[in-house]
Design a protein. Structure first.
Length: 295
C-alpha cells in the first residue's frame, strides 16, 4: 500500500513539473511572439507558430488517419479549433493590452473549469484563492485595458478551457502525441490563410521564418506536448488550477530575465496562486487513495 501511494505521489509530482516547465516555455514564447506582431501581425505570428509546430509533430509522430473513427475525427477537429482559437484570440489581446492583463483575464477559463470539473467542495476554495491572486497580480495593468482587448482575452479564456478538455480526451484516445499532431495540423490549416492575408510577403522572409520557428518551439511544441502527457496523470480540475500559475510565472520571468520589479503586492499574489495550485494538486488524490484502499 505504501508503495502504491508513493508511486501515485511521484506520478502527480512529475505531472506538476511538466506543467511548470510548459508554462515557463509559454511565457518566453509569448515574449518572443510580440516581436513578430510589427512584421506579420498577430494572425501571422499564430499561423507561423502552428504551421511549424504541426510540421515537426507530423514528421515525428506520423499519425495514422485512415483508421480513425467518426468520434476520433470529431475530437481532432474540435481540438484543432480550440488550439487555433486560443492562440489567435490571446495574440489579438496581447496586441491591444499589456501581457500581464491579457494572461490574467485568459486564466479565468481554467479557473472556472477547475470548479466545474471537480466534485470536491475544496475545489471552490482553491479556485477562489487562485482567482484572488490572479486579480491582485493583474491589478497594475487594469487602467490600460481596452474593450476589444478584454473581449479577445475572455474569448481566449473560453477556448483555453475547451483546449484543456480536448487535450485530456486526446491523451486518452490516441497513442503518444498523435492526437496533438493531428489537431495542430487542423489549427494550422485554419490559421495559415488568415496569416498570409495579414502578413503578406513578410511571411516568407527568412528572419521572420526563423523567428516563427523559435516561437513554435517555445509556445507550442514544448508546452502542449508536456501538458498532454500531464493530463494523463492529473484530473482536469487540478490541471486547470495549475494553469492559474501563468501570470505568476510571467511576473517571475520578468523579474529574473528582464529585471522587472516585483512589488510586495505582486509577491503576495504569487504566493496565493502557488498555495492554491499546491492545494488543488493535493486535493486531486482519488478517494480510495485517501481512505487507504487500493490494489
Amino acid at each position: 500500500m505504501t508503495d502504491v501511494r508513493a508511486a501515485r505521489t511521484a506520478t502527480r509530482a512529475g505531472a506538476v513539473v511538466m506543467v511548470l516547465v510548459g508554462q515557463f516555455s509559454v511565457q518566453f514564447g509569448a515574449t518572443a511572439a510580440t516581436g513578430l506582431f510589427a512584421r506579420v501581425g498577430p494572425l501571422g505570428a499564430v499561423a507561423l507558430r502552428l504551421a511549424f509546430a504541426s510540421l515537426v509533430l507530423l514528421a515525428v509522430c506520423r499519425p495514422r488517419v485512415r483508421h480513425l473513427g467518426r468520434r476520433d475525427r470529431a475530437l481532432v477537429v474540435g481540438f484543432g479549433v480550440a488550439l487555433a482559437g486560443m492562440n489567435s484570440l490571446i495574440y489579438e489581446a496581447i496586441a491591444r493590452i499589456p501581457l500581464g492583463a491579457a494572461v490574467t483575464l485568459e486564466v479565468l477559463g481554467p479557473l472556472v473549469l477547475s470548479v466545474a470539473a471537480s466534485r470536491r467542495a475544496s475545489s471552490w476554495l482553491w479556485a477562489a484563492l487562485a482567482l484572488a491572486g490572479v486579480a491582485l497580480l493583474g491589478r497594475g495593468d487594469l487602467d490600460s485595458l481596452t474593450p476589444a482587448g478584454v473581449l479577445f482575452a475572455l474569448g481566449a479564456a473560453t477556448m483555453w478551457a475547451a483546449y484543456i478538455l480536448a487535450s485530456q480526451q486526446a491523451g486518452g484516445r490516441f497513442d503518444r502525441l498523435d492526437g496533438l499532431a493531428l489537431a495542430m495540423t487542423v489549427g494550422a490549416v485554419l490559421t495559415v490563410p488568415l496569416g498570409v492575408v495579414a502578413g503578406g510577403a513578410a511571411m516568407v522572409d527568412p528572419v521572420v521564418l526563423g523567428w516563427g520557428a523559435a516561437v513554435a518551439l517555445l509556445s507550442s511544441l514544448v508546452p502542449y506536448s508536456l501538458e498532454l502527457v500531464a493530463l494523463r496523470r492529473l484530473p482536469a480540475s487540478a490541471f486547470s488550477v495549475l494553469m492559474s500559475l501563468a501570470p505568476a510565472i510571467a511576473a517571475t520571468a520578468g523579474f529574473v530575465v528582464l529585471g522587472q520589479e516585483v512589488t510586495p503586492l505582486s509577491a503576495l499574489a504569487i504566493a496565493l496562486v502557488i498555495a492554491a495550485s499546491i492545494g488543488a494538486v493535493r486535493a486531486s488524490r482519488p478517494a480510495r487513495d485517501e481512505l487507504g484502499a487500493g490494489r
